[in-house]
Ligand binder design. Structure first.
Ligand SMILES: [Zn+2]
Ligand SMILES: [Zn+2]
Length: 186
């Protein structure tokens, strides 16, 4: 983080990216959390820490979060606020500053030994609360590639992100390139 000012706090940005990635595990590419190994990989990739059971129950609880979180991308602000407040209330969120591993002080709102699905839900809710408070809900988008309904979090400074992480940016570039070539050849 040398010199580059983040739009949001580091933990907020990480939580938003992880929430979008989780929603997109039930997206255009089918079921991307088919088993415990896939959840393990997700856990590592998005730098989760704390309790991780490696059980089917944990896997199912995490999968069940996806439609709930996806709703946030489609909802109007009052409904988003209701979802966020509902999650914080349901899980008895109590924000506390904490330092662990190599991360600087950041907020946790449930204990580290709370179930993984609970922690993901509450982290997402806290991050969404930041978007609401800063008037930045427009950063939540749906991928613009035809027939892709993956969710996107646009954390770019100039709000230029249009495609999801599942390769749609490349697909769009290839399509545009072919269209240019075809136009040039005719
Ligand atoms: Zn943490
Ligand atoms: Zn996409």
């Amino acid at each position: 983080m040398t010199g580059v000012k983040l739009l949001f706090a580091h933990d907020t940005e990480c939580s938003l990216i992880a929430a979008a990635a989780l929603v997109n595990t039930a997206g255009r590419d089918g079921e991307l959390l088919p088993d415990i190994a896939a959840l393990d990989a997700f856990f590592v990739r998005y730098s989760y820490s704390g309790r991780h059971e490696h059980t089917d129950a944990e896997l199912h609880a995490v999968r069940e979060l996806r439609p709930q979180l996806r709703r946030i991308w489609y909802a109007e602000p009052p409904e988003i606020v209701a979802v966020v407040n509902g999650l914080l209330l349901e899980h008895k969120a109590l924000p506390q500053l904490i330092e662990h591993d190599d991360e600087p002080y950041h907020l946790h709102a449930v204990p580290r030994d709370a179930p993984l699905a609970t922690r993901i839900a509450v982290e997402a809710a806290m991050a969404m609360a930041d978007l609401v408070r800063t008037g930045e809900l427009s950063r939540l988008r749906i991928c613009e590639y035809p027939d892709c309904d993956n969710v996107v979090v646009d954390l770019s400074r100039n709000r230029s992100r249009r495609f999801c992480e599942a390769g749609c940016g490349n697909r769009a570039a290839v399509t545009a390139y072919r269209a240019r070539r075809a136009a040039g050849q005719s």
